[in-house]
Design a protein around this ligand. Structure first.
Ligand SMILES: [Zn+2]
Length: 266
């Protein structure tokens, strides 16, 4: 049975971009859960202590902000943030369904909770924007060949694509388009969670100067300048969200807000 192509068109929450995705949210989330189990098999998981507590605190605020901004998709997600003990990995990720991981290497690298929140917001944004399903759709089409365009919306082909999607790995680097979209959505999520979005600029610059292959943000290539330019374009709006959140007391440290400076330039 071939379902209409319209069934495979979804819209990204927050940016309005149309995406081609043959998977349902529940299919994506199930695949996320499965891939997550695989990833966790050999991981050294930290389940208590200050680093764990810190990640959970920031993660809970990111989840709450995401649910405010993207209720429909965010409420389908489990919002787990597993802390993995690997000091060499300056990285974090979130699979479809809200199965997230933060490496101790990232926690050591960031200089504030604001910076940590920017990264976790970015990773959450990949899941919010359903980049995994979109990429698996592209992967399935590529693998299934030219006929895929005609058949990939039937359920058998979807199941086949799902297997291929998992095989190809949900954790491969994202495209530049996906990275930029996650930067934008993630910045707003972090701001809404009460974290200073301006910290993103310093963080990216520092990652670039100390960069390595293990830094997810650098694994695809919006160049540093392009990335920072785009972030600066989003900054006034992100800062306004942050300011509103801080003033209405949503942020736990709202009282400190009076001491922060407004953005230097537009
Ligand atoms: Zn990313």
């Amino acid at each position: 049975m071939v379902v209409g192509m319209s069934a495979a068109c979804t819209t990204v929450s927050g940016t309005g971009r149309k995406q081609f995705n043959v998977y349902s949210t529940s299919q994506e989330n199930a695949m996320g859960a499965q891939a997550y189990q695989e990833e966790m098999k050999d991981a050294k998981i930290i389940g208590s202590g200050p680093v764990y507590e810190r990640v959970q605190k920031v993660g809970a605020r990111i989840a709450a902000a995401a649910k405010q901004r993207h209720a429909e998709i965010a409420n389908t997600m489990v919002w787990e943030w597993t802390v993995i003990d690997d000091h060499k990995m300056v990285n974090a990720w979130m699979l479809p369904g809200g199965y997230g991981a933060v490496y101790t290497g990232l926690v050591n690298f960031v200089q504030s909770d604001d910076e940590l929140a920017v990264v976790m917001g970015h990773e959450a944004a990949h899941a919010i924007a359903r980049h995994g399903g979109e990429r698996m759709t592209q992967g399935a089409f590529a693998q299934l060949g030219a006929n895929a365009a005609g058949v990939a919306t039937n359920s058998e082909a979807v199941a086949q694509g799902a297997a291929i999607g998992l095989q190809a790995g949900l954790l491969l680097p994202y495209s530049r388009k996906h990275e930029s979209e996650a930067d934008e959505l993630g910045l707003y999520i972090a701001a809404q969670a009460g974290y200073d979005p301006r910290s993103a600029i310093a963080l990216w610059r520092r990652m670039q100067s100390q960069g390595g292959a293990k830094i997810e943000f650098l694994s695809t290539h919006p160049s540093e300048d392009t990335r920072i330019e785009l972030l600066q374009q989003e900054m006034p709006q992100a800062y306004a969200i942050y300011k509103r959140t801080r003033v209405d007391g949503t942020a736990s440290d709202a009282k400190d807000f009076a001491n922060t400076k407004p953005p230097a330039s537009k």
